[in-house]
Design a protein around this ligand. Structure first.
Ligand code: FPP
Length: 266
């Protein structure tokens, strides 16, 4: 029996009862398989509160944990987070060193917890330039979580899309020279096999927080057909509710990958 039938006649209309709000359900087949996020706005979040920029990064780290958990809960298989770009070295030395320490310490702290949640952690980026201590932790974390299959968490640290493509081309050319590969045999798939994301699906959805509407050298090759979602919310304010908003927006998109909608000729 519908609840409306128990109410006085005309009540539903007067009370403007609305249909059930659309929600995101775990395992929904309309969810993206791979979500990439440019976590922007930590500095502005801190400035608004008269706090040092570093407090913004600390607050941002809490959101990293929450969004990672939410992806695991919803059954999203890949989450890629842009944590530090090859351009971020231009920041004041004190902020760079704070961020490097934050990566180092938080990775050590959360690895066991994420391992328990069957999260596989991988790093995208150039290891040159990172401290030997951070490189060591990265190696340990990747090895420790390598067996996990529930959620693949990619952390882009010292990452730049163009440099990723250049290092892939270098490896491809040197393999081609060694094995005498025919130039015609160089395909998109072969090149993609030398990217940091080799073997992983391309992102279905990119989220960028803080109102900026740029790609900023992130996953240039992989984002050829990614749906883009920009929000004014600053990263430290971007929690599971805001994440679900982005997923709802994604579910309304019509993805055609250059083709046409079935049944449409125009
Ligand atoms: C961009 O905001 C944010 C960063 C460069 C750092 C993001 C890093 C974290 C959230 C910590 C993640 C930790 C792990 C282990 C993945 P911004 O500083 O550019 O902000 P602004 O544009 O407001 O100045």
């Amino acid at each position: 029996m519908k609840i409306y039938s128990l109410l006085p006649k005309g009540f539903a209309k007067r009370a403007k009862l609305t249909p059930r709000v659309q929600t995101i359900q775990p395992g929904d087949p309309g969810l993206p398989r791979h979500v990439a996020i440019i976590m922007d706005g930590n500095g502005r979040w801190a400035r608004k509160r008269n706090l040092p920029r570093t407090s913004g990064h600390e607050a941002g780290l809490k959101r990293v944990r929450e969004i990672t958990e939410e992806c695991g809960r919803l059954g999203i298989s890949y989450l890629t987070l842009f944590a530090f770009s090859t351009e971020n070295w231009k920041r004041p030395a004190s902020e760079v060193s704070f961020l490097m320490n934050l990566f180092h310490e938080s990775l050590q702290q959360v690895t066991e917890e994420l391992h328990g949640q069957e999260v596989r952690i991988r790093f995208l980026g150039l290891h040159d330039g990172l401290s030997p201590a951070l490189r060591k932790v990265i190696k340990q974390v990747e090895a420790r979580t390598a067996v996990n299959q529930r959620l693949n968490l990619n952390l882009a640290i010292n990452y730049g899309g163009r440099s990723e493509i250049v290092q892939a081309v270098r490896q491809l050319v040197s393999a081609a020279q060694e094995n005498g590969v025919d130039v015609e045999k160089i395909t998109e798939e072969r090149l993609a096999g030398y990217l940091f994301t080799a073997g992983q699906p391309d992102p279905d959805l990119l989220i960028r927080t803080s109102g900026e509407q740029r790609i900023s050298n992130f996953l240039l090759w992989q984002m050829a057909y990614t749906e883009l979602y920009f929000t004014a919310t600053l990263w430290p304010d971007f929690g599971p509710a805001e994440f679900r908003e982005a997923l709802l927006s994604y579910q309304k998109r019509s993805r055609r990958f250059g083709g046409i909608m079935e049944g449409r000729v125009k």
